[in-house]
Ligand binder design. Sequence first.
Ligand code: ZN
Length: 224
Amino acid sequence: MKDDVLIIKYNQETDMPNICFLKGDTKSLLIDCGGGPKMAKCIKNKIIIDPDYILLTHYHWDHSFGAPYYKSNVLSSAFTYNKLKEHKDICINNIDDIISDNLEPLFCKPHLELEYDNIKELNIKLPDEIIESKTLDLGNRIIDIYSVVSPHTEGSLIAYDRNSKYLFIGDADCGYIKGIDFYNDSLKLYKFLNFIINIPFKYIVKGHDDIKTREEYFKEFNNL
Ligand SMILES: [Zn+2]
């Protein structure tokens, strides 16, 4: 049974999220793809091949802007597709052109400046396929993709690898960002937790945190 999970670890300085690579007998999947040329180079050095699929957990730049650097079939929610289209329709001459709470909040600006020596290099790739919940067969390795309610943003997708029992949630349990601050939405968080509690995962991978066991993860929410 194929159950290796390759995780390219998050980096707080650059804001690269955890990038996860799963390989089955016939196909491979990358969960999120980094935010630009430097992150993509770091990721491609580790995974060697272009994955067959890239799943975008949500539209934020650090998870999605790296897509043009891979020859992969990119999957996203309709909301993510539309958000990326909104970015693409803007004539981007400097980073401030995409800084807004509606696109990339101010929190992202210093990280975008680190990733792009010249923001005119930014070439947003629109996803190839819009999905909601879906089962992806990588060859003796089934990945369940779920569309979830998330306090972070609409259109969030999470992925569960039945073989390794890893659950990949991107930033889905984080608050939403306005300016440089994160805000919680306890009702949406409750709905999210109530959904994932029914998935038999043993380990959970968030976008910007260390891997946790199921027990460690739910313990954090005991006092909510
Ligand atoms: Zn995010």
